[in-house]
Design a protein around this ligand. Structure first.
Ligand SMILES: CC(C)(COP(=O)(O)OP(=O)(O)OC[C@H]1O[C@@H](n2cnc3c(N)ncnc32)[C@H](O)[C@@H]1OP(=O)(O)O)[C@@H](O)C(=O)NCCC(=O)NCCS
Length: 171
């Protein structure tokens, strides 16, 4: 959706083709990509293809660039996606490696969740993270989400499957 959201340190706005070079920095980084569902971007054309596929007008999809106010750089992205008719929203996110550990993703996602809740019905937010990726679990805990069960997910190319936890927050 075409919205702009401001938090203490970040501006969230729709991610676009103009962000390809910034996105490629983390999408091509094996450390960031390890537990993401999308395969490593080996060429920036893959990044461009993804950015072109985003429908900015889809009311059930918020795919946001995280812009660091201090520098104006796009340092990560994340989103909320509703693919059900009972207002359950999935969340996802990733951040450039040099920005980890500053609480930026919890700040961004809290801002996004607050915004979406102020304009849409949100009954549940839901996320899955690999059991070997507890950093992402910490983000979900900071968003008030708790463990509801186990699952597994595979990368889109089927190259690896991760045992995972499901976390949710009910509103
Ligand atoms: C998971 C991720 C989004 C966290 O974002 P972030 O803005 O760094 O989040 P936080 O600063 O709140 O850190 C979350 C936890 O990660 C750990 N962590 C973060 N940076 C770290 C670092 N450099 N070294 C060690 N641990 C670190 C800490 O345990 C921290 O929890 P704490 O604040 O209770 O100590 C980020 O690490 C990332 O983009 N990872 C790769 C992509 C990914 O895994 N996405 C989620 C897929 S489900």
């Amino acid at each position: 959706m075409n919205v702009t959201i401001e938090t203490e340190r970040l501006i969230l706005r729709p991610i676009t083709l103009d962000d390809a070079e910034a996105v490629f920095k983390w999408a091509s980084d094996p450390v960031v990509n390890k537990y993401m569902i999308y395969p490593l971007h080996k060429d920036i054309s893959v990044t461009r293809e993804w950015l072109e596929s985003i429908d900015i007008d889809n009311p059930n999809e918020y795919e946001m660039a995280f812009v660091l106010k201090e520098t104006g750089e796009v340092i990560g992205s994340g989103g909320m996606y509703c693919r059900t008719d009972d207002n359950r929203w999935n969340i996802g996110y990733n951040l450039r490696h040099d920005q980890w550990g500053k609480g930026l993703v919890p700040e961004a996602m809290q801002g996004l969740i607050d915004y979406v809740r102020s304009t849409r019905e949100v009954s549940v937010i839901r996320g899955e993270f690999a059991k070997d990726n507890p950093k992402s679990g910490r983000v979900m805990q900071k968003l008030g989400m708790t463990y509801v069960g186990d699952c597994e997910y595979s990368k889109f190319d089927g190259s690896v499957t991760f045992p995972a936890n499901i976390y949710e927050r009910v509103f």
